[in-house]
Design a binder for this molecule. Structure first.
Ligand SMILES: Nc1ncnc2c1ncn2[C@@H]1O[C@H](COP(=O)(O)OP(=O)(O)O)[C@@H](O)[C@H]1O
Ligand SMILES: [Mg+2]
Length: 362
């Protein structure tokens, strides 16, 4: 599947309305007349106090029901924090700024208690490690029923029926029997199905899948992704798929947001971003995808921790970039508007001709 990352043109329909720090709104193939179910504008997250550290800076995107946005980037680039910032699930003392509109309702500035109301019916999240996310001392059926009890006044019978329905919906084998078991009695794939049932219990408008299949073997991963795609289309959910796996993003997402050092450095329809690569960082990510028939060496220098370009106001990727020039270390490139939906933040983008040469070289 990974090998298709570079070749596969991604999802069938673009879904992103990109709103950049440079202002302006670029429409891709957003559904005609539809309003975004989630509109994030200039989201920033700071952690710690001495000094505060920006882990997400000025991230913006809009997402429509039934569509998928992939947020991709290396480990530590801010993927998880950008999702947690939207959901209000940050470490103590973290600060969020920007606007978060869920179905037109502004959530920024709401208290943690208020935000809790939106988790379940508004947002839900599936994490990478179901083993750690599930309570080892609680039967899986009870865990699936928990959020139903919080958000709805249902009788015990109604909760049990809904739990059975959810476990069938995520195609857990022998759901009645499994509901009475504990997480350790289930396989990794089954546990992830249970996590999905928990996430979907209140029919969320937006599902964040944070490396949701990364801990699974390739076959199980494919089955869970297919299940997720089926459920998404059945429930018309919007999905934010967080992944370092570009193959998954290419296969399942409509749009992609490439993040580096907490900033959006590339954004647009999957096919555009992966086929018409402009950002050297995106190229690095693509070149790092393991392929069955070739191993592509990294084309960039390793990070030099003594060069903190973002401190000098330059491009954060400059210390690792093979195309670095003077301007890159002095001035931060913004996500520049283009004539199309694909945008990138780079003073020396690869461009079409360059990209073709790269391919001939291989
Ligand atoms: N609980 C935390 N406390 C302080 N810093 C954190 C915490 N979690 C993550 N970070 C930092 O925030 C940055 C972004 O992390 P994260 O969003 O988890 O990255 P990703 O999901 O892309 O791997 C990283 O530099 C990471 O070290
Ligand atoms: Mg993460």
């Amino acid at each position: 599947m990974n090998d298709r990352a570079v070749n596969v043109a991604g999802g069938a329909h673009g879904a992103l309305v990109a709103t950049g720090s440079s202002g302006g709104t670029v429409l891709t193939s957003a559904p005609r007349g539809a309003s975004p179910v989630l509109k994030v504008t200039d989201l920033s997250v700071e952690i710690g106090s001495e000094p505060p550290r920006a882990v997400v800076s000025g991230v913006s995107y809009s997402l429509f029901s039934g569509r998928t946005l992939a947020i991709i980037g290396e480990s530590g680039s801010g993927k998880t924090m950008s999702a947690r910032g939207v959901m209000g699930l940050l470490p103590p003392g973290a600060r969020v700024t920007g606007s978060i509109e869920l179905d037109g309702e502004e959530l920024a500035g709401r208290s943690a208690r208020e935000l809790r109301r939106y988790r379940g019916p508004g947002f839900a999240m599936v994490f990478q490690d179901p083993h750690r996310s599930l309570n080892p001392t609680m039967r899986v059926g009870d865990q699936v029923g928990e959020s139903l009890k919080i958000h709805y006044s249902l009788t015990r019978r109604q909760v049990a029926d809904r739990v059975a329905e959810l476990l069938r919906m995520v195609r857990l084998p022998a759901p009645d029997q499994r509901a009475a078991q504990y997480p350790h009695q289930l396989s990794g794939g089954m546990r992830q199905r249970v996590m999905l049932a928990i996430a979907l219990a209140c029919r969320p408008k937006v599902l964040f899948a944070d490396e949701a299949t990364s801990a699974l073997d390739v076959t199980t991963q494919a089955k869970i992704m297919e299940l997720l795609a089926d459920l998404q289309s059945e429930l018309q959910m919007a999905v934010v798929m967080i992944s370092h796996n570009l193959g998954l993003a290419a296969n399942y997402a409509d749009d992609v947001l490439v993040i580096y050092d907490g900033r959006t450095v590339g954004q647009g329809p999957v096919a555009e971003v992966f086929e018409n690569v402009q950002m050297p960082y995106t190229q690095l990510l693509l070149d790092s995808v393991p392929s069955v028939d070739r191993v592509v060496p990294l084309q960039v220098r390793p990070t030099d921790p003594t060069v903190a370009a973002h401190e000098t106001g330059g491009c954060a990727f400059a210390p690792r970039c093979p195309r670095v020039a003077e301007r890159c270390t002095a001035e931060r490139p913004l996500l520049a508007p283009t004539s199309g939906a694909h945008r990138w933040a780079c003073w020396h983008p690869l461009g079409n001709a360059e990209r073709r040469c790269d391919r001939e070289d291989q």
